[in-house]
Design a binder for this molecule. Structure first.
Ligand code: GYE
Length: 308
């Protein structure tokens, strides 16, 4: 017969916090590592994690959050795949007395009491850094016409995409030496980055810059450029966001010119915040993760292995 299970001491059961976490999917290496960070941190913190993968569907996230409410978890945390459409389900969580932590991407809501706080990326800053790099990159070039930029953005409606586009345009739109000649969403997918770039190269001439909202799409776009005999990082300057290892490797090879870090290592701080919320403490409303910028001018050997 099955070995007799040791009963879990009652106070251990009482002590372990139950955290319901709704993740959006596995669309990129960044996302996969973010999920790993959350799972590992929960294990290290002794927090019982109910982890749901929504496979890129907001409806599945809403269903997962409702299941957490029924289960009466202590805290709910989630990555909102898009910024809108959360008020109803978060009102249900509020009515059930369950605190909510928004992570990675932000939400739009008319009722700020629907969530306790946000921890994640500062996407407006990331967009600005991309533009500032381009201004520096082209500052010495004597040009009689503007620098022609194509943008491959991420999932439509995601706060990080809105922010990366907004931050970039805050600077670029005021500078007559630059113009964005094309923009399209690649949904953060490598395959779409490839398809879109192939289409752009067949339709548009004289492209100077690719601004891509994540490394996965950039890697796909680089494959397309090579297929068309274009030298990535030389014929077309490339700025990309995330800083996964493959992008740093491309930077070292001169196939990418600037990599802006978006930090996926939020697991430990999410667990710390969840514990505080479970214990009835307040947390900061807005926390941005630490992020660096890596350019072709830096000491690239000094960059630590990325882990994702
Ligand atoms: O840049 C991308 C992922 O939400 C900031 O989502 C995150 C983005 C990240 O798919 O690789």
């Amino acid at each position: 017969c099955a070995p007799k299970k040791e009963p879990v001491p009652q106070q251990d059961m009482d002590d372990s916090i139950i955290l319901g976490f709704s993740q959006i999917g596995a669309e990129s290496a960044w996302r996969t590592f973010n999920s790993h960070s959350v799972k590992k941190a929960a294990e290290d913190a002794g927090i019982q994690l109910l982890f749901e993968n929504a496979e890129q569907k907001q409806a599945k996230q809403i269903k997962a959050i409702r299941s957490f409410i029924v289960y009466q978890v202590d805290v709910i945390a989630f990555v909102p795949i898009v910024a809108d459409g959360w008020d109803n389900v978060l009102t249900e969580a509020k009515d059930a007395g369950i605190p909510v932590l928004v992570t990675d991407r932000k939400i739009n809501t008319s009722d700020e009491t629907l969530y306790a706080g946000f921890i994640g990326t500062d996407s407006i800053r990331e967009g600005r850094e991309a533009a500032l790099f381009l201004q520096k990159k082209f500052s010495s070039s004597e040009r009689d016409k503007p620098v022609r930029i194509v943008e491959i953005s991420g999932t439509d409606g995601a706060s990080c995409v809105i922010g990366r586009a907004e931050g970039f345009r805050d600077i670029i739109d005021d500078n007559p030496d630059f113009e964005i000649i094309y923009s399209s969403s690649g949904d953060f997918l490598k395959s779409k980055g490839y398809e879109i770039m192939l289409g752009i190269l067949d339709e548009i001439d004289n492209i100077d810059v690719l601004y891509s909202h994540n490394d996965g799409m950039t890697l796909g776009a680089i494959e397309a450029m090579k297929e068309r005999g274009i030298r990535p990082g030389k014929d077309i300057v490339i700025v990309t966001i995330d800083a996964e290892q493959a992008a740093i490797d491309a930077l070292r090879k001169g196939e990418v010119n600037c990599v802006i870090e978006c930090n996926p290592r939020t697991g430990p701080v999410i667990m710390d915040l969840a514990r505080k919320l479970a214990e009835g403490e307040t947390i900061p409303r807005l926390m941005h993760v630490q992020e660096e910028v890596f350019t072709e001018w830096d000491d690239l050997d000094a960059i630590e292995p990325r882990g994702y």
